[in-house]
Unconditional design. Sequence first.
Length: 262
Amino acid sequence: MRKNRINSRPGTSKFWRLISKLVILSIIIFLALFFIISYIWRVFRASDYFKIAGVITKDAESIDLTYLKGKNIFSIDLKRESGYILESFPEYAFVTLSRVFPNRVFAYFIKRRPTALIKLYKYFAVDEEGVIFNPQNLPGELELPVIDGLETRIFGPKPGKKYNIKELVIALNIIKELRKSKGLKNYKIKKIDAVNALSLAVFIQDIGPEFLEVKLGADNIRYKIALLGGLITAARQDIGNIKYIDLRFKDPVIKFNDVKSK
């Protein structure tokens, strides 16, 4: 019997030798570039030329970032530093740090806009997202609505923390809808009683001799605000005699001051 001979194609061994040489050459080039780049990186990190000489801030008051001075501009983790600054200054909603070569850092801040004040063991400001922080002005100077009755809902309030408490969320929604209402946006909210979501009430200034109490409850806030605007417009001549308006039920209830309860 004849034995079958297995003949390799001409040039196959040369092809694989060429591939091997290319792979080895690629590895050598990669390692050379790696060591060169690593050396350049170490030089940059050690050079005094790239040490931070100053920090430029925008829209920030009395925030000291001089602790960054003297550090190498390449060595600082900008994202981590931004998070650290926000934890230290919760009255700001956003901060971004940028490198300005060769030796400067630019810091841009956005302040939280207070929507209301929350009365706890002291007054805290709260923005529309439910994040609380310390107000920079005295409560009387801010002319903001006061949300009352959350003492048993918020324990150990932490500035910079967002609170998704039902009563607080509803109160913030009421403020938002009142400010959007064409008929009511010019009236000021004095206080929101948020002890219980089902009996939540808002006290509106500049309506009547002192203020007007409106009981809204927890649901259909947008509809109730629109209904309230229509009721106030219709009863404008007698608005001073209204003690409160109750919109918690299907039909609105208006109680006048001269009506004595039985």
